[in-house]
Design a protein around this ligand. Sequence first.
Ligand SMILES: Cc1cc2nc3c(=O)[nH]c(=O)nc-3n(C[C@H](O)[C@H](O)[C@H](O)COP(=O)(O)OP(=O)(O)OC[C@H]3O[C@@H](n4cnc5c(N)ncnc54)[C@H](O)[C@@H]3O)c2cc1C
Length: 283
Amino acid sequence: MLLRPLTFHSPRTTIEAAKLQATLGEARILAGGTFLLNSLKLMKRKGSKTPSHVISLRKIEELKGVAIKEDKLIIRAMTIINDLFDSPLLKDNTAILRTVCKNISTNPIRNMATVGGNLTCRYTWTEMGCVMVALEANMHFIDQDGKEEIVQAEDFFKNAAKSDKILSHVSIPIDKSATTVYRRVKKSANVDIPLLAVCIQTHLQNKKFTRTRVTVNNATAFAQRDRKLEDYLNTQSSHVKLGTDALDHLDTEIYDKRSDDYKKHMFRISIKNAIQEIVEKTK
Ligand SMILES: Cc1cc2nc3c(=O)[nH]c(=O)nc-3n(C[C@H](O)[C@H](O)[C@H](O)COP(=O)(O)OP(=O)(O)OC[C@H]3O[C@@H](n4cnc5c(N)ncnc54)[C@H](O)[C@@H]3O)c2cc1C
């Protein structure tokens, strides 16, 4: 299906893109296009009004690539999911991103979709958000005057992933002492989108869990932390039954609200197995 006529803007710098976004009014940002192009076609099919301007970020070189700056991993917004997967810079706690990338949808989608698009497209079920919250990432936005706003990923998703600025990059503290695990369950065999995702990052001190973050994507709300489970785990030492015992300490509001029995069950299996993986690592 063809799109309705629109004006295509192709700025070369982030500030130029931010200025266009601030001045054009009804404009949409184009990154990899996997979300936006579908949604524009859907709007047309439904007979809804479609935006008359699209601002492509594809020619903005400063928005591409992965780097290390001081003690942080920098992932620029226009980094393609498959390029992040291939990056040799994913090490220590950030190595978990390789597992996340390889599980996202199919290869054609992973070859187009960007990290920035995954974080900002406002689908509640996209996976990067959950992991960025667990990794204590910051998100960096640029406004039309080139001013940077830094928002913790946790706060961004608490605020329903809303922003009217351009995401330039995320920065993740590189943490050699962290243990990080990830579980996700796919929704259907055909179109692979996640039913749920769980990411746990902890710091084991003499087998004791400390500074634990449990982040959950239940696919119906944006990524959030299970602080009740975190508090419980932070009183515990690693032991064989910990995965099972932890299930009595879930904030059930997160897992059970709007979940059917299968999803509730899969949450418990995923959390139990994620904790068991950490326990195994302490042996
Ligand atoms: C068939 C299919 C299966 C999928 N399966 C999965 C899956 O298993 N797991 C998963 O996590 N995701 C999945 N996705 C979602 C996919 O990862 C997203 O569509 C993708 O991440 C969006 O990225 P994009 O670069 O294509 O964004 P685009 O479609 O180009 O942009 C979408 C919107 O994001 C915002 N945006 C993008 N970049 C920026 C920026 N730098 N600054 C500000 N705003 C910006 C804009 O509002 C823009 O309109 C799937 C998608 C499809 C179509």
